[in-house]
Design a protein around this ligand. Structure first.
Ligand code: GTP
Length: 607
């Protein structure tokens, strides 16, 4: 296929507007997959199937015969096209994956739900595509719904993005209505990939993952030239050279073709030993040639950090192994070893957002059977000392206000949040944003009854429970998206939690001074609820420096499970003892106090 017969496109949309379903229909339409395979084909990970969200972008190649009228012969001409469809995740945490997928495309289908209209991520995704100079085809989907109002959506697209209403395709990925227009529009409206077929091969590394049998598999977009099996290619980032063992397309499974030409998207397997060698955004090129590296991607910015510890101390090796394997397939997580006095050896992990963190924990449990305790999530703060040196703090326990160095200033990361809501909810949302220390940037209407609010908010204020609260005060109608913005000066303090006078390093947090009292109270109350009474009295305190700001006491109790079973039924006794032992397993002993795993989980939710 010459570049003129290739189209690389992506589907972008707000969560749940139907892009995975539409992708499935297009794959069926082109015979790439069988009809009625059940779940969404491109969502391969178990978490994706369970949560119905797309986490990792997937690519599939389709072949399509396009027929056009030929005015000269008064007949029709049919040509075969190679179409690469790159599915992208919709959730805000994964917008990094979206911008990566767009780098390999010349166009995008912008899917909008006909009933819900433009939502926060529609706006974010539109601008990602627009800034990458992609041709955008608006697709108004779910027109089968009784509340569908495609004309209103067309008006929104015109007002917000200046999209001509006549460009919109109307579809239902559910009933199949309108789907036949989609691929012809892709061919007619999206340009073919640029590139020079005669130059030495040059390609962009889009993604990589590790396969137990095949080794490192790289997804690549060929920008110039062709790559054949047996070729030698080099990495512009590391200078290392590799032999091409296998090359092919995703159709939708790996399908060897022996060669990839200019404009194609496909996979390559070389002798790379780990995904660390396959740097996403790197340029791979013909060995022994000097090429201009392609513009790569913005480095990943980790927004949320949390400690990950084995639930049972002896499992450290197993956890370490599981994390290593998982990060092979999710290079967007950063991992460093750390030790906590309370929890022993573990890891400090950096994530793109809270959902990303949740998904990581869930994958650790589901795919690798690892039971973990994670610590209160924190954002990367910057502290400046009297000598003007600055440090980024990703673990509150590492911050020592009394270490001889005086802290002279603190900064916290902020985001610009876009919120779209029916106008009757504007009041409560403004209140929520100001409670969360937000600063209003914009307040407009996108149609007769929907408002758009823009706020600058400290990242710390939105990572915990902001989205849930926003959803609950707007009866689920609000949509929300954010992009990272600059750091702002802030009045931050470190809050310690003390059990029987001993600070628990894994429970320390950094927090805005104004919020300390409220959060301290909540943390102490939560802990009191979750720590069971033990054989001695336990005091639970929240403190800033030496000042205690909240305190609770759990009175002592003599716990004897066997006292409940009268009579000497030995099996019952055994069962109870077993149960107690099991209960123990899920405890962490901190100093002399046993803390159940759930207490750590609950602490994550305090905002
Ligand atoms: P993420 O992958 O999580 O970003 O979501 P998505 O945009 O891929 O949405 P998905 O395809 O998972 O669709 C969301 C829901 O809408 C599913 O329950 C689909 O069955 C449903 N859906 C998709 N297209 C249509 C449609 O045309 N009409 C109707 N009525 N429902 C649809």
């Amino acid at each position: 296929y010459p570049p003129e017969r290739i189209r690389n496109f992506s589907i972008i949309a707000h969560v749940d507007h139907g892009k995975s379903t539409l992708a499935d229909r297009l794959l069926e339409l082109t015979g790439t997959i069988q009809k009625g395979h059940g779940a969404q084909y491109l969502d391969k990970l178990q978490v994706e199937k369970e949560r119905g969200i797309t986490v990792k972008a997937q690519t599939a190649t389709m072949f399509y015969k396009h027929t056009v009228e030929n005015p000269e012969s008064h007949g029709t001409d049919t040509s075969s096209y190679l179409l690469n469809l790159i599915d992208t995740p919709g959730h805000v945490d994964f917008s990094y994956e979206v911008s990566r997928s767009l780098a390999a495309c010349q166009g995008a289908l912008l899917v909008v739900d006909a009933a819900q209209g433009v939502q926060a991520q529609t706006i974010a995704n539109f601008y990602l595509a627009f800034e990458s100079n992609l041709s955008i085809i608006p697709v108004i989907n779910k027109i089968d719904q009784p509340t569908a109002d495609p004309d209103n959506v067309k008006a929104q697209l015109k007002r917000l993005f200046d999209i001509d209403p006549s460009e919109a395709l109307l579809t239902s990925a559910k009933t199949g209505q309108g789907l036949s227009q989609v691929l012809p529009a892709v061919i007619e409206r999206i340009p073919c990939p640029p590139g020079n077929c005669d130059s030495p091969v040059r390609m962009l590394l889009l993604d990589s993952y590790y396969d137990e049998y095949k080794g490192v598999i790289c997804h690549v977009a060929i920008v110039d030239g062709a790559m054949r099996k047996g070729d030698k290619i080099s990495s512009a980032a590391t200078g290392r050279t590799y032999e091409v063992f296998d090359v092919g397309i995703m159709h939708p499974e790996l399908t060897p073709t022996g060669v990839l030409y200019t404009g194609q998207v496909g996979y390559v397997i070389t002798g790379m030993r780990s995904t660390k060698e396959a740097r996403i955004g790197d340029t791979l090129h013909q060995a022994k040639t000097i090429v201009e590296p392609l513009p790569g991607f913005k480095p990943v910015r980790h927004m949320v950090f949390s400690g990950v510890y084995p639930a049972d101390g002896s499992d450290f090796e197993a956890l370490s192994h599981a994390i290593e394997k998982l990060t092979c397939n999710d290079a967007s997580v950063s991992v460093t070893k750390e030790t906590s006095t309370a929890l022993g050896m573990g890891f400090r992990c950096g994530f793109l957002g809270l959902l990303h963190m949740d998904v990581f924990h869930q994958r650790l449990e589901q795919e690798y059977g690892a039971q973990v305790i994670s610590t209160i999530p924190t954002v990367p703060y910057i502290f400046e000392y009297g000598d003007e040196s600055k440090v980024q703090i990703e673990n509150p326990a590492a911050l020592n206000f009394n270490a001889g160095k005086r802290i002279t200033a603190c900064w916290e990361p902020t985001v610009i949040a876009t919120i779209i809501i029916p106008s009757e909810y504007v009041g409560p949302v403004i209140m929520l944003c100001s409670e969360r220390r937000g600063e209003q940037q914009e307040y407009t209407f996108i149609d007769a009854n929907r408002a758009l609010l823009k706020y600058r908010l400290p990242l710390r204020e939105i990572i915990v429970d902001f989205y849930n609260e926003l959803k609950s005060i707007t009866s689920g109608y609000a949509t929300f998206d954010y992009e990272d913005s600059e750091y702002q000066k802030s009045d931050l303090v470190k809050m310690d939690i003390l059990l029987n006078g001993q600070p628990v390093d894994a429970m320390a947090t950094i927090i805005h001074n104004q919020k300390a009292q409220k959060v301290g109270r909540e943390l102490v109350d939560k802990l009191k609820k979750f720590i069971e009474r033990q054989m001695f009295e336990i005091t639970i305190q929240a403190a800033i420096g030496s000042k205690v700001i909240a305190r609770e006491t759990l009175s002592a109790m003599r716990k004897n499970v066997l006292a409940k079973c009268y009579g000497g039924d030995i099996t019952r006794k055994k069962k109870l003892l077993e149960k107690q032992k099991e209960g123990k397993k899920r405890m962490k002993r901190v100093g002399s106090v046993d803390i159940p795993q759930e207490a750590f989980h609950e602490l994550l939710k305090v905002s």
